[in-house]
Ligand binder design. Structure first.
Ligand code: HEC
Ligand code: HEC
Length: 432
């Protein structure tokens, strides 16, 4: 935060001094240093010249050594493309994430700038080695109870704190994790600060005129948390870069960031805690990611299930919810248990009342491998979950208590997509 403010403050000061740092950039000259900037050659720039051609921009960038580039960019007020954007080729379509109204919009001053202009001003930070953290699963003889309360058995395990940022809403937080294994099962604990508990996921709202409106995800969503594991070490680069290895700008003309692996046979295991859709039935959604770029969610898929799961409380061509909470009571809660759902009766509601947007039941089968409980209290999420070390499924990571496994973690603060994510990766090892 401070760094950003500093950068902006400097930019304002320099601009007010008439240095015209931005204009200099637009001319696609090497980024000016404070001493070179006031030279007369820099000053006369046509305001329309702002989006320099990519070809012209490439040259000066190449000439600047990494060490030299850091300083001038900061002085001219142009933020560098952060190291979190490596591998940069996968993030080449800057507007997939940074368009106006997108999930990580560039400042309003950028309206109208096209994707081919970005690199003329923003230079990439030199590639660096992202941090590799280590979480050690302690050997225990007693299993913790999955109830969102931290009991003594967790004292055996050493905590690891993982910083996540880049998300919408709260944007960043620190996740403190612990792991334990006992017999054939592994247990995890994660705690992180989030000032708001977000449970209002796309409810139906009764309007003044008596009609019903289903709120979109951009207006009302749930908190979520996710881990991505490298199955069998199959994803190239994952054990160094973590999730970034599967994070892409748009593909096939779609305008949102997508998640998929880069080659056939590269598989990642996704554990997706959904506070409204899976937590109330004591589960984390067990999913995976492959190299498919064609389907709606690209490579993001769900493990196979034999029964259960969640479904929108909607019916094709119907402007009201088909189901309601027992007694046709208004929300909260913001989910309807499938076993308790009743037919919706409009006469029971007044304007402003809400009906849950989702009907839920526990997954049976591969998708239901993860038992969990998350509790929010006083601005802190506490999540506990477990899974068998070995599941036999090829869309699951398999744990060997003599081996290691790699994961990255993400936190969604009331966000469908725009999550905060760990920069780098965490290695899980086992106490012997
Ligand atoms: C897949 C989504 C995505 C793509 C594609 C992407 N970015 Fe970003 N960008 C982010 C996110 C998220 C953040 C904030 C967190 C971070 O620093 O990683 C960010 C941060 C930034 C920042 C701000 C750094 C700071 O000082 O706070 C700049 C500058 C930036 N991006 C430029 C670019 C440029 C230029 C491109 C195209 C080459 C690009 N980004 C492509 C997601 C993306
Ligand atoms: C003419 C130079 C110029 C061009 C072209 C340009 N930017 Fe910027 N960008 C800046 C400057 C200067 C800032 C910081 C001042 C501000 O906030 O406007 C900035 C800020 C940003 C930030 C916010 C960083 C932060 O600190 O939060 C993002 C993200 C970003 N730009 C992305 C882009 C993307 C994506 C493109 C291409 C569509 C682009 N920029 C094109 C000059 C430029």
């Amino acid at each position: 935060m401070l760094t950003k403010l500093d950068v902006r403050f400097l930019a304002v000061v320099l601009i007010s001094l008439g240095i015209l740092a931005l204009a200099a950039c637009a001319q696609a000259q090497p980024t000016p240093t404070p001493t070179s900037a006031p030279k007369p050659t820099v000053a006369p720039v046509k305001p329309t010249a702002a989006p320099a051609t990519p070809a012209a921009a490439a040259k000066p960038t190449a000439q600047v050594t990494p060490a030299a580039s850091a300083k001038p960019a900061a002085v001219s007020g142009i933020p560098l493309i952060p190291a979190s954007h490596q591998p940069i080729e996968q993030r080449a379509e800057c507007l997939a994430c940074h368009k106006q109204g997108g999930f990580m919009p560039a400042p309003a001053s950028h309206a109208g700038r096209t994707g081919d202009t970005c690199n003329s001003c923003h230079q990439a930070k030199p590639a660096e080695k992202p941090p590799v953290l280590n979480l050690v699963a302690a050997k225990a003889d007693k299993a913790p109870t999955l109830d969102g309360a931290v009991e003594d058995v967790w004292n055996k395990a050493k905590p690891l704190t993982i910083h996540v940022d880049g998300g919408i809403n709260k944007g960043e937080t620190d996740v403190t994790m612990k792991a334990l294994y006992a017999q054939d099962t592994i247990y995890f604990l994660a705690q992180y600060k989030d000032p708001t508990e977000s449970l209002r996921r796309q409810p139906w709202v009764k309007q003044q005129d008596g009609s019903w409106k289903a709120l979109p995800g951009s207006e009302a969503y749930e908190d979520k948390m996710a881990l991505l594991w490298n199955i069998n070490g199959s994803i190239k680069g994952f054990n160094e870069q973590g999730c970034a290895a599967t994070c892409h700008g748009t593909t096939s003309g779609r305008d949102k960031p997508l998640k998929y692996t880069n080659a056939e046979g590269e598989l990642g295991d996704i554990w997706h805690m959904k506070i409204v859709r899976t937590n109330p039935v004591g589960q984390i959604d067990d999913q995976y990611v492959d190299n498919d770029t064609k389907s709606a969610e690209a490579g993001r898929k769900s493990d196979a299930k034999t029964a259960g799961g969640y479904a929108d409380n909607k019916k094709e061509g119907q402007a009201t919810p088909p189901f309601a909470l027992p007694g046709n009571k208004p929300a909260p809660p913001y989910w309807i248990l499938d076993s308790e759902k009743v037919p919706f009766d409009d006469s029971k509601y007044k304007a402003g009342d809400e009906v849950p947007g989702i009907v839920i039941a526990p997954f049976a089968g591969d998708r239901g491998d993860l038992s969990a409980k998350a509790v929010w209290k006083d601005g802190l999420w506490t999540m506990e979950w477990s899974r068998k070390l070995q599941t036999g499924s090829k869309t699951d990571v398999q744990f060997d208590s003599k081996g290691e496994a790699y994961f990255g973690i993400a936190v969604f603060d009331n966000a469908q997509i725009g999550h905060a994510v760990q920069y780098g990766v965490t290695k899980l090892t086992f106490e012997q």
